[in-house]
Design a binder for this molecule. Structure first.
Ligand code: SAH
Ligand code: SF4
Ligand code: F3S
Length: 442
């Protein structure tokens, strides 16, 4: 057996691609190692959402390049993922020790690439295909990270072209994977013991819009998955605010396996900034969607993403983001300072860029607001009994705890007396910290 080390950066889409690449590699006698020093093949699966993520990718392979030069000349290095898709052959100039560059559209070219690099060829596979690779996916295993939750992509790519975002350039146009392939992958994951299925996509709620021969949307997929046998949970991320239909909300409410959880990035609380971002809703529209979901789905958790310091954002507009988090009682949000990305529209608005110190200060204030609201949201559940799916156990401040999630995506710590990983347990919530609830088995 040969050994491969893969470093994965970025979102779950990349993690899912890594699991697929490891699956393919296992057909060619590669096994995974956690130690880059003993690997015959080193691969990095990169993210390009912000400049910092891109820089990290180059510094990681830089270290591998040195290792190759100094001690292990015959190792091969592969540069994959979103930065690869975006920069293609340019990678060879910047990192000449890289043997192959593999973009996000062509991960199933990996077996062929392995053959070609053996005789010293440098290979770049980065053309956009804009088709799903479903026909190839079924020929290979998926080496899923062992655990409780299996991630299953249902759409790839994005058509929205938000003015700050690089994803449409790194992942191509939106395309839905076939229901029969998704259902098969879910069944395989359940048979392998996974207890939670998370359906993945940049905009899961536009799933199926591109099917020309059938009317089959996310609500239908959830219904078909819900009918599969076994005790398991279903989640779906990420939802684009205006693509959430009443049918989807009702389906999520009525199906017993589908959890009470929506991730609906708002990005900014200011309607003017939202327009500049090319988001297709304003503050009021977003408010209405959240209000409707809260009314229809009891105990629902709604989380969001926000960007601080988008070009041209005034102090008043930034404050509208802070008030949005309060007003819509957003349970948790991911926050980021705006980072200009090559090819995107907003990156050209250099005269409107917000100085780094102000951007950073807004980012800090946003983080504080998210913390406050997360704690406020958690407090609602103290005293209640909730079903927790235990994901793992670990040492928390010197004490062992089992940790898991409620249906509505709250993290719960339970004192450890045995490993409960993979079990559904009823837990009485006894207290809360900012990011997690504390509880005891009921
Ligand atoms: N499809 C999802 C988001 C995918 S990208 C949606 O539409 O909401 C994940 C998050 O990264 C985004 O929600 C956004 O908040 C953040 N992000 C994207 N581009 C960014 C940039 N140039 N600078 C800072 N944050 C960015
Ligand atoms: Fe990026 Fe916008 Fe597409 Fe989300 S919807 S991936 S933020 S372009
Ligand atoms: Fe994901 Fe980063 Fe690519 S967030 S889609 S890995 S740019």
């Amino acid at each position: 057996m040969k050994k491969v080390y893969i470093e994965t950066m970025g979102c779950q889409m990349n993690k899912s691609d890594t699991e697929r690449m490891l699956g393919m590699l296992s057909h060619f006698d590669y096994e995974e190692t956690q130690n880059p020093k003993e690997a015959d093949l080193l691969m990095i699966n990169t993210c390009s959402i912000r400049q910092l993520s891109e820089n990290k990718a180059f510094s990681a392979v830089g270290a591998w390049g040195k290792h190759k030069k100094q001690s292990k000349k015959d190792i091969k290095i592969g540069f994959c993922g979103c930065v690869a898709q975006q920069k293609a052959r340019e990678i060879f100039k910047r990192a000449p020790y890289v043997d192959f560059v593999l973009g996000t559209h062509k991960i199933y070219a990996l077996p062929e690439i392995l053959k070609r690099i053996q005789n010293g060829e440098k290979v770049c596979e980065c053309e956009e295909t804009n088709k799903t690779e479903d026909n190839k996916a079924k020929d290979y295993e998926i080496n899923r990270v062992k655990g409780v939750n299996a991630w299953i992509p249902i759409t790839e790519g994005c058509n929205n072209f938000c003015t700050y975002c690089i994803v449409p350039y790194t992942r191509g146009r939106e395309r839905s994977r076939l229901p029969e392939i998704i259902i098969k992958e879910v069944k395989d994951a359940l048979n392998a013991g996974f207890k939670e299925i998370t359906l993945l996509g940049q905009n899961v709620d536009s799933y199926g819009k591109d099917f020309k021969d059938k009317n089959y949307r996310l609500a239908q997929l959830l219904t078909d998955l819900n009918a599969l046998e076994g005790n398991f949970r279903i989640r779906f991320v990420t939802s684009y605010p205006t693509d959430i239909t009443d049918e989807l909300i009702e389906t999520a409410r009525d199906l017993d396996k589908v959890c009470e959880y929506f991730h609906i990035p708002m990005q900014s609380g200011s309607s003017r900034v939202l327009k500049a971002m090319n988001r297709r809703y304003d503050r009021e529209t977003y408010a209405k969607i959240v209000e409707k979901i809260r009314k229809m789905v009891p105990d629902v958790t709604i989380t969001s993403d926000f960007i601080a310091g988008f070009p041209g954002e005034t102090e008043e507009e930034f404050e509208e983001t802070l008030t949005a988090i309060d007003e819509f009682e957003l349970d948790y949000s991911n926050v980021a300072a705006y980072s200009p990305r090559e090819k995107t529209v907003a990156a050209k608005w250099t005269d409107k860029f917000i100085p780094e110190d102000i951007k950073d200060e807004r980012f800090q204030r946003l983080n504080k607001k998210v913390q406050e609201n997360c704690l406020k949201s958690n407090k609602k559940y103290v005293g209640r009994t909730m079903e927790v799916l235990v994901e793992s156990f670990y040492n928390h401040k010197g004490k062992k705890v089992n940790t898991g999630k409620t249906r509505n995506f709250k993290t719960v710590h339970i004192p450890y007396d045995q490993d409960l990983t993979g079990q559904f347990v009823n837990v009485k919530i006894t207290g809360t910290k900012t990011w997690y609830l504390k509880g005891e088995i009921d």
